[in-house]
Ligand binder design. Structure first.
Ligand SMILES: *[C@@H]1O[C@H](CO)[C@@H](O)[C@H](O)[C@H]1NC(C)=O
Ligand SMILES: *[C@@H]1O[C@H](CO)[C@@H](O)[C@H](O)[C@H]1NC(C)=O
Ligand SMILES: *[C@@H]1O[C@H](CO)[C@@H](O)[C@H](O)[C@H]1NC(C)=O
Ligand SMILES: *[C@@H]1O[C@H](CO)[C@@H](O)[C@H](O)[C@H]1NC(C)=O
Length: 463
């Protein structure tokens, strides 16, 4: 009888699992019951930007070479003229930090509530019309309904948006309940050593503890994730870590007529080959990427909806699918990129030395140390860490997470067609968690037309 029963038990179990998964597919929606806020929809905002020069070339070239005269103009000729209230209101405390970064504190009526901070940056990366811009990059020229200019996205749109909203509310005598800060850095594109770093130092010295920080961040994804119905907005809740590692081999030099059994180039090439063949371990499901898919689940069509609603079962399968797609492999693991290989000076000399640089972007579920241990391979290969840092902590995004929920509700109230999900990014950021509980990185641009609004573009930036 045992032999007869087991097949039917197996079939019964599979059917039951399938039923559970199916029910979950049609009921799983992390947004169920979300109450949206009421928003004043005003068109009464007018900005007299045409009178001044909209685009002042606040370019950061290197950490120590920023366009100081442009930064002074941006402060004096633009911001203070266009937003007089925020600079003169007796409610607002304002100061310049590192000479050109702006820090505002708007005190709330309930001092017990932990303040938050809105961040943006004033500086931009260099731009050269010869790179193929349709309009000069600092002209603010209008073409086909778009204003062209370096910084229109990344990140002057945030600078202007934050200040304009504050100016509007101050004009109407509004006082917030919760205090907040506005931090506008002037050298973000070159690591923020004088702007963000000094703002952090200042806040720390004043014992300020922030509830959350909202910074520029990811993109609205539309048509990027296959099978997703409608655009999705990802709120960055963490950042991958990074490591740059140098591998090198030293051996006795020799003439090419007296061949050693293995050259330093050969030994190093094998080490590189092993690194590329043995990818870092699959970690899908152990970091915030799992929640990204769960938040999006109800917007997928079948069969993806079935899979993403049931990651308790399909995680291993999905991770194998994602790693095969170039764009999504980075969700699954620490990525390995071999970026520089140097060796040799002459065609008939076997070089005694060869070196290679490898750049890793570290998955949230791994540490820098764990990555370094996996890099060690051949004892003839010397492994040195050039620089690196662990993945950032993951900001909480559950139902109790005030910052995440308020940002999510805000986005969904203003843009009901968007699905909001947590996500992660991979660029460095200076404000650390000593000063803030959570760091969120919001969309750079809400235009869902990816052709126009792409954080990946370097020319023809427009809004
Ligand atoms: C706001 O009002 C404008 C003009 O009245 C309208 O076109 C727009 O759809 C409204 N936006 C929202 C989010 O309700
Ligand atoms: C710096 O900004 C000024 C405007 O204040 C501009 O005239 C000048 O060309 C800029 N310099 C560089 C090197 O971009
Ligand atoms: C600010 O300006 C002063 C005077 O020009 C200068 O001595 C100082 O080094 C500047 N500080 C920064 C952070 O640029
Ligand atoms: C992934 O990258 C490889 C190598 O660069 C390329 O040949 C392939 O077409 C890419 N696949 C997709 C789906 O983009």
């Amino acid at each position: 009888t045992h032999g007869r029963d087991s097949p039917s038990i197996v079939i019964f179990s599979i059917t039951l699992l399938f039923l559970v998964a199916t029910v979950r597919t049609f009921t799983f929606d992390v947004d169920a019951g979300l109450q949206l806020g009421k928003w004043e929809n005003t068109t009464a905002i007018s900005l007299n930007l045409r009178s001044g020069r909209l685009i002042i070339p606040t370019v950061s070239f290197t950490e120590i070479n920023v366009n100081r005269s442009a930064l002074r103009e941006f402060d004096g000729l633009l911001l203070r003229k266009v937003f007089p209230k925020i600079f003169s209101s007796s409610l607002v405390q304002h100061e310049l930090v590192g000479n050109y970064s702006q820090l505002f504190r708007i005190p709330g009526s309930e001092p017990d509530l932990e303040p938050y901070m809105l961040l943006a940056h004033i500086d931009v990366v260099p731009a050269d019309e010869a790179d193929g811009w349709d309009a000069p990059p600092f002209s603010a020229q209008e073409l086909n309904g778009f204003i062209y200019g370096r910084g229109t996205i990344d990140n002057k749109q945030s600078v202007m948006g934050i200040l304009q909203a504050s100016e509007y509310l101050l004009e109407r005598g509004y006082t917030p309940r919760r205090s907040f800060y506005i931090g506008l850095g002037h050298d973000e594109e070159v690591n923020g050593l004088y702007g963000a770093a000094n703002i952090v130092k200042l806040l720390k010295s004043q014992g300020v503890k922030l509830q959350y920080v909202l910074d520029e961040g990811l993109a609205v994804l539309d048509g990027i994730i296959n099978g997703l119905d409608g655009p999705a907005a990802l709120i960055g809740i963490s950042e991958k870590g990074q490591a740059t590692v140098k591998l090198s081999v030293s051996s006795a030099p020799g003439h090419s007529s007296m061949l050693p059994r293995e050259s330093s180039i050969g030994i190093l090439a094998s080490a590189v080959n092993r690194l590329e063949e043995n990818l870092m371990p699959r970690l899908f499901g152990y970091g915030p990427e799992r929640s990204t898919f769960e938040h999006l689940a109800h917007k997928f069509g079948l069969p993806l909806r079935f899979i993403t609603s049931n990651l308790w079962f399909f995680s291993p399968l999905l991770s194998r699918v994602l790693e095969r797609i170039n764009n999504t492999n980075a969700f699954v693991r620490t990525t390995t990129a071999v970026t520089m290989f140097n060796s040799g000076v002459k065609i008939n000399i076997i070089p005694s030395y060869a070196e290679v640089f490898v750049n890793f972007r570290i998955h949230s579920a791994q540490t820098l140390q764990e990555v370094l241990e996996l890099v060690k391979s051949d004892e003839r290969v010397k492994v040195e860490l050039v620089n690196g840092f662990d993945p950032l902590p993951i900001s909480s995004y559950d139902e109790q997470a005030f910052g995440f929920q308020i940002i999510k509700k805000m986005v969904q109230s203003m843009f009901p067609q968007l699905t909001v999900a947590p996500g992660k990014t991979s660029d460095a950021f200076l404000l650390n968690t000593d000063t803030c509980e959570s760091l969120f990185k919001l969309i750079n641009c809400f235009n869902t037309n990816v052709d126009v609004c792409s954080v990946f573009f370097i020319i023809n930036i427009r809004i």
